[in-house]
Design a binder for this molecule. Sequence first.
Ligand code: OAD
Length: 246
Amino acid sequence: MTTDRGIPDALVSALRDARHVCVLTGAGVSAESGVPTFREAQDGLWSRYDPQDLATPEAFLADPALVWRWYRWRRELVADAQPNPGHHAIARSGELVPRLSLVTQNVDNLHQRAGSKDVVEFHGNLFDDRCYADGSRHVGDDSLDVPTCPDCGGHLRPGVVWFGEAIPEEALNESCAAAVDCDVFLSVGTSSVVYPAAGLANLAKDNGALVVEINPSPTMSASYFDIAIAEKSGVILPELVESLSL
Ligand code: OAD
């Protein structure tokens, strides 16, 4: 059975009964804001650029100025974008359930700009500058091709997680704890192929949560989820929040 908005009744009632809801988001949540995803065939970033040239420590060491140009382009792109109804619905849902944990793989700040608090940034933040040597945070000089660390004089780097790098320990611990504890786990706008983020749904399910995917193109993992809703997040999430508010 579904509501007249096409949302399974089982999901609405699980959310109404939930003590703790964990939401994991990916690039698809920002797609309706005009931010490109990574793996979609036509306009995904990884269909146009090779991550090995731009998103690894080796790429940065080989050509830091090229890597900085790419990340500055992405900063401008997302700075001009606005949070969409999906981001706003997630922020609003924090007021409708006793506890909400929001874990995002996105580095674009759009959840924060929509009003979500305590966002767990699993892959870092595009707007952070960090010392390449020790990871300390600084404000870089954007007039330089490669900004330098005021403490050690070495390179600053974008504060995102690159391929081959570990997830920030605090973000990993908080996310795993939320996945283990939650009653409902929503996986929204992610292809669920990048680990360890993709493993959070398994952790939630193994610990008894109802696991739900929201993605207009159901992923390879869709059959693993208890419920898969093939719809855009900017459409379904506001409707879900509306159903919860009734
Ligand atoms: P992907 O590009 O792999 O997947 C985006 C997903 O969003 C796809 O499955 C789309 O079908 C879906 N999608 C598109 N439009 C949507 C919409 N309006 N509503 C809901 N879903 C929509 O992006 P991620 O799964 O986020 O990592 O990628 C994970 C990580 O891989 C990223 O954080 C990034 C990338 O390499 C790093 O840079 C470390």
